[in-house]
Design a protein around this ligand. Structure first.
Ligand SMILES: [Zn+2]
Length: 248
C-alpha cells in the first residue's frame, strides 16, 4: 500500500450490472471513486492492480483486532447465537476472511463444526497458536477447493468490500453452500441514512482497501446473478448492511 513503485491501474466493467458508464465522484489518494450509472454501485475505477491491493494484508492488518479481543469475542458470540436462532441450528460453518478467528471460536462454542480462511499469516498464527483453533487456513477462499454444497453457514464480515474478483468469489460461495444453508454478508452501506452526502468524508472510504461500496439494492443484485436470494436484511443503526442469503 505504501509502495513507491509505479502502480498499474486496471479499468473494470461494473461487477454488478456489467455496465461501463460511470459518474466521477471524487479522488482520494490519487484513486478515482465513481458510481455506476447502470446500478448505483460505488467503486474505485480504474483501481490499483491486485498485487498492490493484496499488500494491505501483509502488514499488521489484524493487530488492532487482536488488541480489542475481549470486546470482539463478545460481539462474535452474539452474532453466532443470533444466526443459529433464526436460520441454521447446526452443521458446518465457514468464516471467510476470519482474521484472528473469533467468529470461528464462537461458532465452535455454539456447537458448529467451524472453519476459517484468512489471507493474513499473522492472524492465522494467532488463531492457531493462541486460540488453539486448528481449522483455520491461510490463503484465498478459491484456493481451498472445498467440496460442493459443503457448508451450512458461510459468513463474511467486513470482507466483501475488499475482494478483487467479486463474481468469482460469490460464485464460489454459492458452490460451497449446502441446500438449506445461509450466507451472511456484512459490509459498509453507502446508502445508509447515517452515511454523509459528502461521500469523501465517510470513514469507510479507503483507497486500495475498500474497492466496492454496496447498498440495499446492489448487494442483492450481485448475489441474484449467482442464484442467491435475500432471506433477511437486518436493520442496522450504523452505516452497515447485513444481509442473509440463501439458494433462490
Ligand atoms: Zn452497475
Amino acid at each position: 500500500m505504501n509502495s513507491q513503485a509505479p502502480r498499474p491501474f486496471e479499468k473494470i466493467d461494473c461487477p454488478v450490472c456489467d455496465g461501463h458508464s460511470f459518474e466521477a465522484l471524487f479522488e482520494k489518494r490519487g484513486e478515482p471513486f465513481v458510481r455506476c450509472r447502470g446500478c448505483g454501485l460505488v467503486l474505485i475505477n480504474p483501481r490499483p492492480g491486485f498485487g498492490v491491493v493484496a499488500e494491505t494484508y501483509d502488514a499488521d492488518y489484524s493487530g488492532g483486532y487482536i488488541r480489542k479481543a475481549q470486546k470482539k469475542r463478545a460481539r462474535c458470540t452474539r452474532w453466532v447465537r443470533r444466526l443459529r436462532r433464526r436460520h441454521v441450528a447446526a452443521g458446518r460453518w465457514l468464516d471467510v476472511g476470519c482474521s484472528a478467528g473469533f467468529v470461528v471460536e464462537a461458532a465452535a462454542a455454539a456447537g458448529f463444526d467451524a472453519y476459517g480462511v484468512e489471507l493474513e499469516a499473522a492472524a492465522v498464527a494467532f488463531a492457531r497458536d493462541t486460540l488453539q483453533l486448528p481449522n483455520i487456513v491461510c490463503g484465498t477462499l478459491e484456493a481451498q477447493a472445498y467440496p460442493a454444497a459443503h457448508f451450512d453457514v458461510v459468513t463474511m464480515y467486513d470482507v466483501i468490500e475488499h475482494v478483487p474478483d467479486l463474481n468469482a468469489t460469490v460464485a464460489e460461495l454459492r458452490r460451497i453452500l449446502a441446500p438449506g444453508g445461509v450466507i451472511e454478508i456484512r459490509t459498509p452501506d453507502v446508502g445508509h441514512f447515517t452515511t454523509p452526502r459528502a461521500l469523501d468524508t465517510w470513514p469507510e472510504i479507503k483507497p486500495s482497501e475498500h474497492l466496492y461500496y454496496f447498498d440495499r439494492r446492489t448487494l442483492p443484485r450481485l448475489f441474484a446473478r449467482h442464484g442467491l436470494a435475500v432471506r433477511e436484511r437486518r436493520f442496522m443503526f450504523k452505516s452497515a448492511l447485513d444481509i442473509v442469503f440463501a439458494h433462490a
